[in-house]
Each structure stands twice: as C-alpha cells, then as structure tokens.
Design a protein around this ligand. Structure first.
Ligand code: RB5
Length: 151
C-alpha cells in the first residue's frame, strides 16, 4: 500500500474527488490537502503544501493537479528533494518512477481525460525506481538545487 497526499488549484479541483476515489479503490491511502472549494487559489501555495507533506512523510507520494499541470509542477520542483513529474499518459507516469524516482505525479485537469488519469495512476503505483545508472543522475538533480525557498 502506498500513501499519497493530493492538492490542486481551482482548475484541478473538479477532478480531485474522482482521483481520491480511484486511488482508494486500488487500496492506497490518500490525504487531501485542499483546496476545499473551487474558489480561485494560487497553485504555488498548494504545490508547497503537498511537497512539504511528502518530504515530511518518508516513502509517501504526492499528486498535484492544476489546469495544465505545468505551473503546479514547476512550483513543486522548487522544493529540494521533490521530483514532481508532469505526465500525460501511462508511459510517462511509469518511466518517471523507473528512471527519475519521481515522488509527485502532476497532470492537468484540462489536458487529460479520466481514463488516462486512471492509467497514469496505475502506472505510477506499479512502477518502481530502477536505481543503477539512474541513481547517479537523480543524485545530480539534487546537486542542481540551490535551495530555493518558497517562503
Ligand atoms: C489557472 O487558470 C491556471 O493558470 C493553472 O491552473 C495552471 O494551468 C497553471 O499552470
């Protein structure tokens, strides 16, 4: 069983309950970090919340959703130790676990349909980091971080 934290902005809010139900149907745990309504919010605030929750809870993962998935993934990747992957299909979701050891799955509510979302979650949950030649590359990603502070 995996543990997930999920957060969105207003443009990712509508699909949030669907994602939570699907993750739970697979037997995983998922904790909702908001928002609680579709009122306009700023995606960096929710990216930060989820990123910090994932880092504080070793072995957990995150799911971040905004309109395109772009803004919320860019923001989450400012947090050292976070590897937030913007995915569009099962292939990218699988490979980002196997090669990048991604700890947050990001996507855009306005970009992907519900069937694709299910397949991305399946792939992200089933795939494991392969280590080996990928481990050194992932370590280098951490070396690229200059400790950006989101405030
Ligand atoms: C909100 O309108 C939209 O800009 C946001 O959800 C996201 O797509 C940004 O990257």
């Amino acid at each position: 069983m995996k543990k997930f934290y999920i957060a969105t902005d207003h443009a990712g809010f509508e699909v949030k309950d669907f994602v939570k139900d699907y993750v739970r149907s697979l037997g995983h745990e998922i904790i909702d970090l908001g928002p609680d309504s579709a009122d306009r919010v700023d995606y960096p605030d929710y990216a930060k919340k989820c990123a910090h929750a994932v880092l504080a809870d070793k072995g957990s993962f995150g799911i971040l959703i905004c309109g395109t998935g772009i803004g919320i993934s860019i923001a989450a990747n400012k947090v050292p130790g976070i590897r937030a992957a913007l995915c569009h299909d099962a292939y990218t979701a699988k490979l980002t676990r196997q090669h990048n050891d991604a700890n947050i799955l990001c996507f855009g509510e306005r970009v992907v349909g519900r069937g694709v979302i299910e397949s991305m979650i399946d792939a992200f949950c089933e795939a494991e980091f392969e280590g080996g030649r990928h481990a050194g590359r992932v370590e280098k990603i951490e070396g690229c971080s200059f400790g950006a502070d989101l405030g």
